[in-house]
Design a binder for this molecule. Structure first.
Ligand SMILES: Nc1ncnc2c1ncn2[C@@H]1O[C@H](COP(=O)(O)OP(=O)(O)OP(=O)(O)O)[C@@H](O)[C@H]1O
Ligand SMILES: [Mg+2]
Length: 355
């Protein structure tokens, strides 16, 4: 656990970059610092590994003040990833990743083997190992940066806008990759971004900072979206707050109907004939399309969500993709487990709005 205990940073010119910051970044979780440019995110992050020293207050690493740990020792236990990866241009990818193991005096073979293992872990083709950074795309370089930070298996990872310089699609895949890695590695991660959507996607907890280095709110993403502490946070969270909050509402409790499906070869079953919409499924239970009582000839499009795994936002999206207004609930294999009608979605939304 990383603890900020009333930490202030005053630069020599008098700028107060961080002002009495107190918070905890729990072990094994992703804590995100988010806020507008100049609000002290980078300064806060760099005080953890003592690239910058605090003016007042203390930062503790598992209870031990970092001021008591000499910087090289401290940094061995802390991986650091920055924007545009910051790779050494004259070193091959494999040697970039092995930087810290080399510094720690591992033998070359072991260090390179570790580097190869990490390249694979972050989703890079081992064939890249012999290339130089300029021969990789921005997104690939960023993955190398993450691999390099993980090389000595540090318990703590500091990431300063690591995905800001890549396009939105690559950025999404890097975010997904980080979440997948984290589910295996359980590092204590402090992640800095100015992008609130990235903060909400990645953070177990999100610290919103305002200019002047003051903590505006510290909360899990769901609470942040539903209960912003003040106007600054509300404005920073931006549009669609209500809809975005639905991504944290489970579909587990959504009531499903199982009497609205017909198998495609079964012909018109008498049972559901009175229903305005019936979902046609294949023999092994996969959706084919909606049949409307008004237009029995053709099939209308459908939308699916994975029941219990996907959020209410996904269920609502699925419903909006179909003229039936119903969402098709499927299991992990894509087989239909039921249908969420408008009434069911309405009830679930009303409950979500309630709290
Ligand atoms: N060495 C320095 N001397 C004086 N002021 C500084 C120094 N470094 C940073 N600052 C100031 O401290 C404040 C916080 O800077 P910091 O880099 O921590 O912000 P940030 O939140 O990371 O911003 P960005 O999103 O633009 O990266 C800013 O006002 C900045 O101008
Ligand atoms: Mg910064």
């Amino acid at each position: 656990m990383i603890t900020f205990d009333s930490v202030t940073k005053r630069y020599p010119d008098g700028t107060v970059a961080v002002d009495h910051l107190s918070l905890e970044a729990p072990t094994g979780e992703i804590t995100v610092f988010v806020g507008p440019s100049g609000c002290g995110k980078t300064t806060s992050l760099r005080m953890i590994n003592r690239m910058i020293d605090a003016s007042e207050g203390r930062i503790l690493l598992d209870g031990e003040p970092v001021q008591n740990i000499d910087p090289p020792t401290l940094r061995r236990g802390i991986g650091y990833v920055i924007q545009q990866a910051g790779l050494f241009p004259h070193r091959k990818i494999v040697d970039n990743v092995a930087t810290v193991p080399y510094l720690l005096g591992w033998d070359r073979k072991k260090a390179r083997a570790r580097a190869m293992e990490l390249l694979e872990r972050v989703g890079l083709d081992p064939a890249f190992a012999g290339r130089y950074p300029f021969q990789l795309s921005g997104g690939q370089q960023q993955r190398v940066g993450v691999a390099r930070a993980l090389a000595a298996d540090p318990p703590v990872l500091l990431m300063d806008e690591p995905f800001s310089a890549v396009d939105p699609i690559v950025r999404t895949s890097l975010q997904d990759e980080l979440l997948r890695l984290q589910s295996e590695l359980n590092k204590t991660i402090v992640f800095v971004t100015h992008d609130i959507d990235e903060a909400i996607k990645l953070g177990d907890r999100v610290a919103v900072l305002r200019v002047g280095g003051k903590l505006a709110q510290l909360a899990d993403p769901k609470t942040l979206l539903s209960e912003p502490a003040d106007d600054f946070v509300r404005e920073f969270l931006g549009h669609d707050r209500g809809i975005r909050r639905l991504q944290f509402v489970s579909t587990e409790g959504l009531r499903l109907r199982t009497d609205l499906t017909v198998t495609e070869d079964a012909g018109d079953s008498g049972d559901g004939a009175a229903e305005p919409w019936l979902l046609v499924v294949t023999g092994d239970g996969r959706p084919v399309g909606w049949r409307s009582g008004a237009r029995p000839a053709g099939l209308e499009p459908y939308g699916t969500y994975v029941h219990g795994r996907d959020s209410m936002r996904a269920a609502l999206d699925a419903a909006l993709l179909s003229p039936s207004g119903c969402a098709v609930a499927v299991d992990g294999d894509g087989k239909v487990v039921g249908v969420a009608t408008r009434e069911a979605l309405d009830a679930a939304l009303a409950e979500a709005a309630d709290g």
